[in-house]
Design a protein around this ligand. Structure first.
Ligand code: FES
Length: 500
């Protein structure tokens, strides 16, 4: 575990309050990074079995890093910028998250616990059980104080609204800018680039354009798209934008929508895959490239695909000690670390954090290595939710073993107003994603005269209104960040086990 130099500007040195302890931090960095750098590993406990959890994705997608921050429950600490005096408390544990008596549930029920049927039909006992289950379920306590009043929603109109400022979204925006088609691009990070900026460098990846390359106001940073709705004004992207650290709702009405939000980092199934110390590949490269933190000393890598091996190179460049590299699908390429092999993981070891890993090589030998970090890098699972909300058809891709949006070469989907590009149609390289973004934008430009469009979205107006009125409360509760879209069911991956 050590801080690195990555040439990016650093915030000033401050301190945050972590359950009464003063922890050093750099102002503005995700506070989860400050905690990792200070050697903290247990950030939360799982809801049912109270298993220890540490940050996995650094993308507001796994919920392992949720804490109570300044009296507000369930804040993604992987997205919350550190501020001097910030108060952090872990939730859902008694008496502490380090020593949680409820973790005995996991120990007592190694094969799982079906609380729905426990004592069902037994008089009195079933009522007691139902009450206990109700108390144990749920996460966090209500906020210390009511949410502050928020500014009213800002309304914008444009021709094309782009969700996602990664390789595909940026390439599309460049085409639209050259063709003088008005557009607004929303990127949830405070920087452009998506995977170009956070994942291990890829061959032939396009350069990240500067925000000044686009017309003023066309590219919006810190703007998380949370839904695609329609009301009497037509279809719009609902976006939560941070202004002076305060969330504000944007409604972006457009004639067409280009969804290029990429994918989620999937988990690989094996025993104890949820231990603190297990990171997604994108999280590891994000920590190294954007936050200048190497969060482990001895690391093992697991997965398949080109990103796995680029990640190994990145880790070697920053001096990480790679103790194993397990490619689950193919023999390691020439130039891979000596410890690389084809195989599968049997089990991760450790009680409250990762201490080792057992794996089986393809030729059958079993090895156990000592490590304090495990990085899982597999091709992403497409983030289909937003496109599905807009009416696009979703299909299960056997080749990728994941759900993806159905689209033609030009990014057209089953919904006439919704176009897609990039990983959302299936994992691609950055170069391919950029090409797809350009093709979608060219097809949008070709449709120069759009017919006026009204509510063709799936969400009825009444629900959209209800959504808008509840946005203030929702944004307040999230305070610092909201994921790319509302959590409609996540893409299923049949090989992934249920989280415990
Ligand atoms: S690490 Fe914060 S949600 Fe996954």
């Amino acid at each position: 575990m050590r801080r690195l130099e990555n040439g990016l500007p650093r915030g000033s040195e401050i301190a945050v309050d972590f359950e009464g302890d003063s922890i050093p931090a750099l102002e503005g960095e995700p506070v989860a990074v400050s905690l990792l750098a200070a050697g903290e590993s247990v950030f939360s406990r799982s809801v049912k079995y109270h298993r220890p959890r540490g940050p996995f994705c650094f993308a507001a997608a796994c919920s392992h890093c949720l804490m109570r921050v300044d009296g507000v429950p369930n804040v993604f600490t992987c997205r919350a910028p550190a501020r001097s005096g910030m108060r952090l408390e872990r939730q859902n544990a008694y008496p502490t998250a380090e020593v949680d008596v409820f973790s005995s549930i996991d120990w007592l029920f190694p094969r799982g616990l079906d609380h729905h049927e426990m004592f069902a039909g037994v008089p009195v006992a079933e009522k007691v059980m139902a009450k206990v289950a109700r108390h144990l379920a749920g996460l966090g306590l209500t906020p210390d104080s009511p949410a502050p009043a928020r500014a009213p929603a800002e309304v914008l109109h444009t021709r094309v609204a782009i969700a996602g400022g990664g390789a595909a979204g940026l390439a599309a925006a460049q085409v639209l800018a050259v063709s003088k088609v008005p557009f607004i691009l929303c990127e949830r990070e405070p920087f452009l680039g998506g995977r170009l900026a956070v994942s291990a460098p890829e061959q032939n990846a396009p350069a990240i354009p500067s925000i000044e390359a686009f017309p003023a106001g066309a590219a919006r940073l810190d703007a998380a798209v949370i839904g695609l709705y329609a009301d009497e004004g037509g279809p719009f992207l609902a976006v939560v934008r941070k202004e002076m650290n305060e969330p504000r709702l944007l409604k972006i009405y457009a004639e067409r929508f280009l969804i290029a939000v990429g994918g989620h980092s999937p988990l690989v199934p094996f025993a104890n895959n949820d231990l603190p110390g297990v990171f997604s590949g994108r999280a590891a490269s994000y920590l190294i490239r954007r936050c200048a933190l190497l969060p482990f000393d001895r690391v093992a890598l697991l997965g398949h695909g080109p990103e796995l091996h680029s990640l190994a190179e990145l880790l070697q460049q920053v001096g990480a000690k790679i103790v194993a590299l397990i490619d689950t699908q193919s023999s390691p390429p020439v130039g891979a670390p000596d410890v690389a092999c084809q195989g599968e993981v049997i089990e991760a070891h450790g009680r409250s954090r990762l201490t080792g890993l057992s794996f089986r090589r393809k030729r059958g030998t079993v090895r156990r290595v000592r490590c304090d970090g495990l990085v899982i890098s597999t091709p992403v699972s497409p983030s289909v939710e937003l496109a599905r909300q807009g009416g696009a058809r979703i299909t299960f891709r056997l080749d990728h073993r994941a759900f993806a949006v159905e689209a033609d070469e030009a990014g057209r989907t089953a919904a006439p107003l919704v176009f897609v590009a990039g990983d959302i149609t299936g994992p691609t390289t950055a170069e391919e994603a950029a090409r797809a973004g350009r093709r979608s934008a060219e097809s949008l430009v070709a449709r120069n005269r759009y017919p006026p469009c009204r509510s063709q979205m799936l969400i009825p107006i009444s629900r959209a209104k209800c959504f808008i009125s509840s946005m203030d409360r929702f944004a307040s509760s999230m305070l610092v960040s909201v994921p790319h879209c509302i959590r409609t069911p996540p893409p299923l991956r049949p090989e992934a086990p249920a989280h415990r």
